[in-house]
Design a binder for this molecule. Structure first.
Ligand code: SF4
Length: 407
């Protein structure tokens, strides 16, 4: 089939085979691809609304033994800048989020060999009992695999224990490209494709919230991108058929490779990277190809606000989150380095400017509040809450770690 026939097939709601997808992705006119992606988005989600989440990332530790080539965030164990956040530090961040009307924290960190499963369970129990209204979407498949290896447990047992301790969701970080040849090149010590998918399969079976991600710009081929998307589509089919709980969303961004520190890890960056047009092109293709996904996020932290607004016409129906804090991609000169915080008012402005109505959602994409008129910054300002941290220890745990004063 030629690209126009394939576009028509997709617009008619028929699934593309991997070979058809590759042909479409490589040969279709990007503008037409975006038009079809936008039409499908209008059909599958509320056409007048763009949703968003009020949440924050909390990076609980930067110690990591995995040495991903593209990562400027981590420090090897023993490095003087290694930190682990205390309960009090994390609690203070959650209380700031509550003041903003937030509903979720996304807690992720490095593969820290000093943190055992009991530390994670205790932290989750503390957060769940202190802030029961906050959804805890924490860790990623590679962190789960790291805990499993440290403890000599299966990933299934680790996820069941963390779920019992309060874990609501497993975010899709660390997928990058789900192709082991790419992974062997950019992150040889990190979770392989099958293990990443298996962790998600288990989390979905346990009823947890999960998201699927892809990062482009590691000199991967078009075929490897399509293969990565095909693996996500297959797991989505499997989970929806067996218990109905699949990925809530697909989120894609481009590799953030500029150095902002002296670690010098992005040593192949001259040939790495993807530009904004490639981001929009691939976003549109993903909306078309992943026909069993409903929600697609635009990524303002990595692409900037202008491109993120354009993504709302390339298949995306969601503007991501306020992300009151981000420390990982920000270390590699992402947009958040320039604008590290996105207030609710600023986020509304972007959605109104694109011609949609903003609606706050939770992590399962249920609408929390729909805003039918533009509110002022004062009306959307945070309303501080009384602290629930009286008597909570501020010491870093385990003993010996440096509290992170600036995070
Ligand atoms: S990306 Fe994650 S796993 Fe890789 S080095 Fe950075 S913190 Fe470690």
């Amino acid at each position: 089939m030629n690209p126009n026939d394939l576009l028509q097939k997709a617009a008619d709601g028929s699934r593309l085979t991997p070979a058809e997808g590759l042909t479409l992705y490589q040969n279709a006119d990007p503008t037409h691809l975006m038009e079809v992606a936008h039409t499908l988005r209008l059909q599958k989600t509320d056409p007048g609304v763009v949703t968003y989440l009020v949440d924050r990332n909390i990076n609980y530790t930067n110690a990591c033994t995995t040495d991903c080539q593209f990562c400027s965030f981590y420090r090897v164990p023993g490095h003087p800048e290694v930190y682990v956040l205390s309960k009090r530090q994390i609690g203070e961040k959650v209380e700031e989020l509550l003041a903003w009307g937030g509903t979720r924290i996304l807690m992720q960190g490095g593969h820290n060999p000093a943190l055992r499963i009991a530390w994670y369970e205790e932290m989750l129990r503390f957060l769940k009992s202190t802030y029961p209204e906050i959804e805890l979407d924490c860790f990623s498949p590679s962190e789960i695999e790291n805990i499993a290896e440290l403890e000599g447990l299966s990933m299934e047992t680790v996820l069941e224990r963390l779920n019992r301790a309060g874990l609501d969701g497993l975010p899709g970080g660390g997928a990058e490209i789900l192709d082991d040849a790419v992974r062997a090149r950019i992150s040889p010590k990190k979770t392989k494709t099958a293990a990443w998918l298996h962790a998600m399969r288990i989390a979905q079976r346990l009823g947890m919230v999960t998201s699927a991600t892809m990062v482009i710009g590691f000199d991967e081929t078009w075929e490897q991108r399509v293969a990565s998307l095909t693996r996500l589509r297959e797991l989505q089919d499997e989970s929806l058929a067996s218990h109905g709980n699949g990925f809530t969303a697909f989120i894609m961004w481009t590799a953030q490779l500029s150095e902002t520190n002296s670690l010098g890890r992005s040593r192949h960056r001259a040939k790495y990277g993807a530009d904004y047009d490639e981001y929009l092109h691939t976003s549109a293709f993903a909306r078309i190809y992943l026909d069993n996904f409903t929600n697609f996020q635009a990524s303002w932290p990595t692409q900037g606000l202008d491109t993120a607004r354009r993504a709302l016409f390339a298949g995306a129906n969601d503007f991501g989150s306020t992300m009151l804090e981000e420390n990982v991609v920000s270390q590699a000169a992402a947009y958040t380095e320039k604008e590290p915080r996105m207030t609710v008012h600023r986020l509304h402005e972007q959605i109104w400017q694109a011609g949609f109505t903003p609606a706050q959602r939770d992590s399962r994409y249920h609408i929390v509040h729909r805003f039918d008129r533009a509110l002022t910054a004062a009306e959307l300002a945070p309303a501080p809450i009384p602290t629930r941290l009286n008597g909570v220890d501020g010491a870093a745990e385990p003993a010996g770690f440096v509290p992170a004063a600036s995070l």
